[in-house]
Design a binder for this molecule. Structure first.
Ligand code: FAD
Length: 307
């Protein structure tokens, strides 16, 4: 793995660095490039703007690795407030939510996370929308897939996420490609050891292509989460090869990354979903975005230095 990427990802898990960065007078603009705001109202405002421009949305209330039961409960309450606001604003048909199980108690107890995320799924159903379970580091993969299977017993539309950098993922794709199954394919954003994950970018890309073929050949609804200008046309070409029409799969990109490409794909008739994070706990998310692209890091450091 690129040494700068490893360094930033190590910083993402380092509490001392987290406190130092959080205390620094980081320009609102830096965080705001990738994060919609801190409140439900701000998240709804960004969602409205994206939906009005022809995009769809998945909202993530930021937070992860919670070891405090009260904080897990607060996260659930934040999602319930958000889902009610999506319903009240008439946005639920175009916006769903993404949930990290470690934000709702997975590190404390898998059953607690299941209970908590079930409250979110029930509220999503009531509001007329869906939930996708984000995938986190590889130590949580089996647990997350177990929780997914339980949730789908009641809410079959709950979306899964698979990460192409994991060696196991092509087999997970085959298991998850059944009828009605919503599956997001991404490259993967965590620092993972070589035993479980491809380290070379090219190998990750090859794995992404193998996985996308399995998902497109299946009967589910694949969601291709990538900004990679080489992979986007491959998705398009392989979707055509598998007889997939726009609407039977979607593209997904992160808020603030390649917005022109998001609009271009939507104008071609594709469903494009923007992943919109919001909330006060933006640190881990921001660090992963910086690790992905040196230009983002330079942008961040320049903004810090200019204070
Ligand atoms: P990269 O290899 O990072 O980038 C490829 C190319 O994309 C770059 O060379 C560049 O041309 C372009 N690009 C990338 N970033 C930028 C930028 N900032 N500006 C301009 N061009 C850029 N990861 C998880 O581990 N779990 C999840 O649940 C998860 N959910 C995700 C949901 C969505 C909707 C998306 C889009 C990503 C998600 N990720 C998740 C993150 C993902 O795993 C990658 O870390 C991230 O998307 C970067 O990978 P990439 O496919 O864009 O390719």
């Amino acid at each position: 793995m690129n040494p700068l990427r490893s360094l930033i990802l190590a910083a993402a898990g380092n509490d001392v660095i987290r406190r130092a960065v959080a205390a620094a007078p980081v320009s609102r603009d830096v965080v705001r490039r990738f994060v919609a705001g801190e409140s439900t109202a701000e998240a709804i405002g960004v969602t409205r703007r994206l939906v009005d421009s022809g995009l769809t949305v998945t909202l993530d209330y930021l937070g992860e690795d919670t070891t405090d039961e009260d904080l897990a409960d607060q996260t659930v309450l934040a999602y319930l407030e958000l889902l009610e606001a999506l319903r009240a604003e008439g946005l639920a048909g175009r916006a769903e939510v993404s949930v990290k199980l470690t934000a709702v108690g997975q590190l404390l107890d898998e059953r607690l996370a299941l209970t908590n995320v079930s409250r979110i799924c029930a509220a999503a159903q009531e509001s007329g929308t869906t939930v996708t379970l984000d995938m986190e580091d590889h130590t949580t993969t089996d647990s997350t897939l177990r929780v997914l299977a339980e949730l789908r017993g009641t809410w079959p539309t709950v979306g899964a996420v698979v990460q192409a950098y994991l060696r196991r993922t092509v087999e997970d794709c085959a298991r998850l490609a059944g009828e009605g199954s919503r599956v997001r394919l991404c490259k993967g954003a965590y620092a993972e050891p070589g035993e479980v994950a491809y380290q070379d970018k090219h190998e990750v890309n090859l794995s992404y292509v193998r996985c996308l073929n399995v998902l497109l050949a299946g009967d589910g609804y694949p969601m291709f989460a990538t900004h990679d200008p080489r992979l986007v046309p491959i998705v398009d070409a392989r979707a055509a090869h598998h007889g997939r029409k726009p609407g039977s799969f979607e593209f997904q990109m992160l808020y603030g990354i390649r917005p022109d490409e998001q609009r271009r794909l939507a104008e071609l008739g594709h469903t494009v979903r923007v992943y919109v994070p919001y909330g006060v706990r933006w640190y881990g998310y921001l660090m992963r975005r910086l690790a992905e692209r040196p230009a983002n890091t330079a942008f961040f450091l320049r903004a810090l230095a200019s204070r």
